[in-house]
Write a protein of this length. Structure first.
Length: 216
């Protein structure tokens, strides 16, 4: 089983355990809303793309509403099953497109729960290697709106700390964001409130970065 398939299963388990009305870290979304998003992404990407175009939003809304009316158990089962026909069925494309998607959304469910206790998540080294590579390749795009420079620092790796510059220094300076790859990804995707990272920089820069709209 590839890492994307493993994370899909973990995300499906988290959705199933949480139930349809649990909060998530996606602003305004319950677990049902998140499940609908994942099903649309797998099966109706046209509805996600057209939601970005004003003249097609009504169509996209109808598609989304239709899926939202389905039983929650059915939605979760579809997330777990994955797309029946899709480029994502190609293992390499699945890994490229879905590892980060399902890692982040699993944490959106788990860390929004009242029972979640903040703690550094230590993953197997090979998984952290993949997440670090994804962060290094996506970091500049995720951090385009940063008011400060950002240097991500991976800790806990076998070869010692590794760094990746995600945004050039600004007049506020640069902030070093230190943590394990999964935590750094959460920070880069705008989940700074739950990401277990340490920020090293001036107080002004750190405050500005924590308030910045990172991610997509």
């Amino acid at each position: 089983m590839g890492l994307a398939a493993e994370y899909r299963r973990t995300c499906s388990d988290a959705l199933e355990q949480a139930g349809p009305d649990a909060p998530t870290l996606c602003e305004g979304w319950t677990t049902r809303d998140l499940a609908v998003h994942l099903v649309l992404r797998d099966r109706r990407p046209d509805a996600l793309l057209t939601s970005l175009l004003p003249f097609l939003r009504r169509y996209a809304g109808r598609v989304r509403k239709g899926y939202a009316a389905k039983p929650y158990d059915e939605l979760v089962a579809r997330v777990r099953q994955g797309p029946p026909v899709s480029p994502f069925k190609v293992p390499r494309l699945d890994e490229l497109a879905n590892v980060v998607e399902f890692y982040i959304h699993t944490q959106d469910v788990v860390r929004a729960a009242r029972t979640w206790t903040p703690a550094e998540q230590e993953l197997p080294t090979d998984e952290e290697d993949v997440l670090w590579w994804r962060l290094a390749s996506m970091g500049r795009l995720l951090c385009l709106k940063s008011p400060t420079g950002i240097e991500f620092v991976r800790v806990g790796g076998l070869g010692g700390p590794q760094t990746s510059t995600a945004h050039p220094s600004t007049k506020l300076g640069t902030v070093r964001v230190c943590g394990r790859p999964g935590e750094l990804l959460l920070f880069a995707f705008g989940r700074s409130g739950v990401a277990q990272v340490e920020l090293d920089g001036s107080a002004t820069a750190v405050t500005a970065l924590r308030r910045a709209p990172l991610g997509f």
